[in-house]
Ligand binder design. Sequence first.
Ligand SMILES: C[C@](O)(CO)[C@H](O)COP(=O)(O)OP(=O)(O)OC[C@H]1O[C@@H](n2ccc(N)nc2=O)[C@H](O)[C@@H]1O
Ligand SMILES: Nc1ncnc2c1ncn2[C@@H]1O[C@H](COP(=O)(O)OP(=O)(O)OP(=O)(O)O)[C@@H](O)[C@H]1O
Length: 282
Amino acid sequence: MNPSVTLPAPAKLNLCLHIVGRRPDGYHELQTAFQLLDYGDELTFSPRSDTDIHLHPAIEGVPLKDNLIWRAAQLLRPRARAYTGVDITLLKRLPMGGGLGGGSSDAATTLLALNQLWDCQYSNKELQTVGLQLGADVPVFVAGHSAWAEGIGEQLVPIELPERWFLVVTPPTPVATGTIFCHKDLTRDTAPITVAAFLERGGKNDCQPLVRELYPEVDKALIWLENFVSNATMSGTGASVFASFESETEAREVQGKTPTDWSSFVARGVNLSPVHDRLFNA
Ligand SMILES: C[C@](O)(CO)[C@H](O)COP(=O)(O)OP(=O)(O)OC[C@H]1O[C@@H](n2ccc(N)nc2=O)[C@H](O)[C@@H]1O
Ligand SMILES: Nc1ncnc2c1ncn2[C@@H]1O[C@H](COP(=O)(O)OP(=O)(O)OP(=O)(O)O)[C@@H](O)[C@H]1O
């Protein structure tokens, strides 16, 4: 690793999200297709001459000890064979509580970067297990490939998806994942399907009807997107909604009409994570 390195922390979309059961500990058993995007946050890691870890800027409303980047660093530190202090600078692009996995991806990029910088010698599979302690969405970002996921999202099978363009629109209504998963009206009994069935026929998002009901802005965003496409879907537990397009031009044309109080971006769906491309394919 170079003295200072800047790495992407890509977003994900859940192309479908089926809830097929609930574990005794309350976590839900899912089937989901994770589509990685070539758009996201960015983290810069600069080794220091002392032993401190500094993270900046702070995220408003998130104490340092709860920041997933900080927590990822603390999990790796005891395993370091070549420990050094590090400045971590975060360029936050992904909306928080947006269903795009921003915090999880920040954590995964931190695990991947510090595993190298500190010579922790974790295999990728071991790093996925470490990451799962931070959140159900972390393993897929550590694994680094678009994937079909089962369990709570940690049993991953890499899949090759067509590299389409996506318009992602986020109304300013953060949705707390825990609130949706705890809700009594959530559909929890979708029959499991095979990955082949998903690749042939697609799927649905079991959280979408409930989130539409609880968060009218998400409902509005889906209705708006449905004016242009037939495949508008919510990612994760929202609040982001998305649609796929054959070309960047088509996606940008619709983006140009997005109401100004909603944030949006256009990105390409990728099979290999941009962070893996940088770290392992250079
Ligand atoms: C909705 C998804 O984003 C789809 O990819 C993920 O399942 C959520 O992943 P995440 O944000 O990393 O979630 P975590 O931080 O692990 O969990 C947040 C809360 O969501 C609930 N949760 C999460 C994942 C899961 N399979 N079942 C759950 O019931 C739990 O109540 C948990 O306390
Ligand atoms: N580095 C971080 N970036 C963003 N959020 C963080 C970070 N560290 C901790 N958090 C906390 O995690 C919560 C969820 O953030 P995140 O951006 O991952 O939401 P999300 O996109 O809805 O995630 P998911 O799709 O995994 O449910 C935030 O509201 C915040 O309190």
